[in-house]
Design a protein around this ligand. Structure first.
Ligand code: 4AD
Ligand code: MG
Length: 483
């Protein structure tokens, strides 16, 4: 038989060319045998759906399929036939089966049954072959593509901001150091501190926590830009919403005030949800069923806010509620869980930082839709945010989503040189490291704004996955950098 070109399973399943000979390649999900016939479900990742391969044991010698088990890789050539059963409309009548890569059933960790997500995290090298992780990965790709499309269609330029940096953009001091110095025996200054002048860059450097500061430089020349890159935070938060390495989308726009900023963020989030609904239907339907099954084993109060697709449509169809931090604190102070001390952190007074339990109360219980909170106290926000005339609050905006809490954090930036300098000094942000950032406020400064969308938190929302470790292929969390 001459070598046929491979056809993807997604294309075959849509084909109606019955009788045609095609070749498919992929990994066996299941195989079952009855007297004269065997059925193999094959998947190649092009779709959540498998193609069923019918092996007539009078045509194909049984030895050829003897060593085929779940996880094996096959190349199958056969004829397309109309499927008699329900489900798919096509199946493949095998003419030739080549075992490309066997998988010993005594050793292969993925059995044709449901595995827990925790178990699959330990098998991250193989979990791409599962329905759930395949679906998440395809949705992740679709969202990456849609983000670039959204900004490209609006005339934004994509900027690659540096990953190795000498500055702490968020001023939170949660950075991973980048060094080539000998950890055991570093060069020292006379006072005993490490002499970073002898390090690779001649100064102390870290992995970036945000591309914002550099994106601002670009916006103050190109008007509308965005970065979409990896960011790194050495915060020891072992939660279902924190990663030490995550991806962030950070648009930065000259001539935008905080209201323009919120409008853009809301438009973008809705665009991405619409894109997912329009382009990831099969995967979302699967993920929705998965979530419903998972919810069955949960207590009422721990179940999902809504069915997945219904939830996505709901967010699409409703305006986000816009409130001030002061409103939020008043609502929370008067709320039942606060009065009954059900919150882990009780909101006593204005100035308290909002925890994820508070954010989720506002979204899921009080407003029952996404909420944008503005006007946070300056003490709990970063140095670059524009101070309001009250001298107490900054022009910040956080977008809070059901099941997630904060999904976007952004602000109008302080564009007035003296006011920025004052904030930096008050907050002990080293001026000398950020001389270039300050200088943009000296030459042609303009009002500008931006925000950061946590890409994995967006994916958690779209896919309904409860743990952030299950929406990134190789999660980095405290005590965990396997794979
Ligand atoms: O609120 P953050 O810290 O804002 C910034 O970094 C700004 N420089 C953004 C900007 O204005 N350009 O982070 C932005 C978003 C959060 O809302 C959250 O969605 C996500 O990034 N995020 C994380 N996601 C996963 N793991 C973590 N450890 C995260 N920390 C923040
Ligand atoms: Mg934030």
């Amino acid at each position: 038989m001459t070598e046929l070109k491979r056809t993807k399973i997604i294309d075959i399943l849509q084909s109606e060319e019955f009788g045609k000979t095609v070749n498919v390649r992929g990994w066996v999900r299941t195989i079952r045998e009855s007297k004269n016939v065997a059925f193999i479900n094959l998947n190649d990742g092009s779709t959540i759906k498998n193609i069923q391969i019918v092996v007539n044991l009078e045509e194909i010698p049984e030895q050829q399929i003897e060593n085929i088990h779940s996880g094996a890789a096959l190349s199958v050539t056969g004829n397309l036939i109309e499927s008699p059963g329900s489900g798919q409309k096509v199946e493949l009548n095998a003419k030739q089966i080549i075992l490309l890569g066997p998988a010993n059933p005594d050793e292969y960790p993925l059995q044709p049954k449901k595995h827990s997500l925790e178990f699959l995290r330990e098998k991250a090298h193989l979990r791409f072959r599962t329905n759930t992780f395949g679906a998440v990965t395809r949705v992740r790709h679709a969202m990456i593509f849609a983000i670039h499309k959204f900004f490209n269609d609006k005339g934004f330029y994509n900027i690659h901001t540096p990953i190795i940096t000498g500055s702490d953009a968020e001023g939170a001091g949660e950075m991973f150091r980048v060094t080539v110095l000998d950890a055991k025996n570093p060069p020292l200054n006379e006072d005993g501190s490490v002499n970073f002048k002898e390090d690779f860059f001649g100064k102390e450097t870290n992995l970036t926590v945000s591309g914002q500061l550099e994106a601002e430089l670009a916006a103050l020349g190109l008007s509308e830009v965005y970065t979409f890159g990896p960011t790194f935070r050495a915060e020891n938060s072992n939660t279902s919403r924190h990663l030490a390495e995550f991806w962030m989308i950070e648009p930065e726009m000259a001539f935008y005030d905080i209201h323009d900023d919120m409008d853009l963020a809301e438009e973008m989030l809705k665009y991405l949800i619409r894109y997912a609904l329009d382009n990831c239907q099969d995967d979302l339907e699967f993920l929705s069923k998965r979530l419903q099954d998972e919810d069955k084993n949960k207590k009422q109060e721990e179940r999902s806010f809504m069915e997945l697709i219904e939830k996505l449509k709901f967010v699409l169809e409703n305006d986000f509620e816009r409130i001030t931090y002061t409103d939020a604190v008043n609502i929370l102070r008067d709320s039942n869980p606060n009065k009954k001390k059900k919150f882990q952190y009780i909101i006593e007074s204005w100035g308290a930082d909002l925890q994820s339990e508070h954010e989720r109360y506002l979204v899921e219980k009080h407003f029952k839709k996404p909420v944008i909170v503005t006007g946070y106290p300056k003490e709990i926000k970063a140095f670059y945010m524009k101070l309001n005339d009250d001298d107490k609050t900054v022009r910040a905006m956080d977008i809070l989503f059901p099941g997630i809490g904060e999904i976007v954090g952004g602000s109008q930036r302080e564009e007035v040189y003296n006011r920025l300098l004052k904030r930096m000094r008050e907050m002990n942000v080293p001026e000398k490291d950020l001389w270039w950032y300050l200088e943009t406020r000296k030459f042609g400064t303009v009002p500008h704004s931006g925000y950061g969308l946590g890409f994995e938190r967006l994916l958690q929302f779209i896919t309904g996955m409860g743990n952030i470790r299950d929406v990134i292929p190789f999660p980095r969390t405290p005590q965990n950098a396997e794979f």
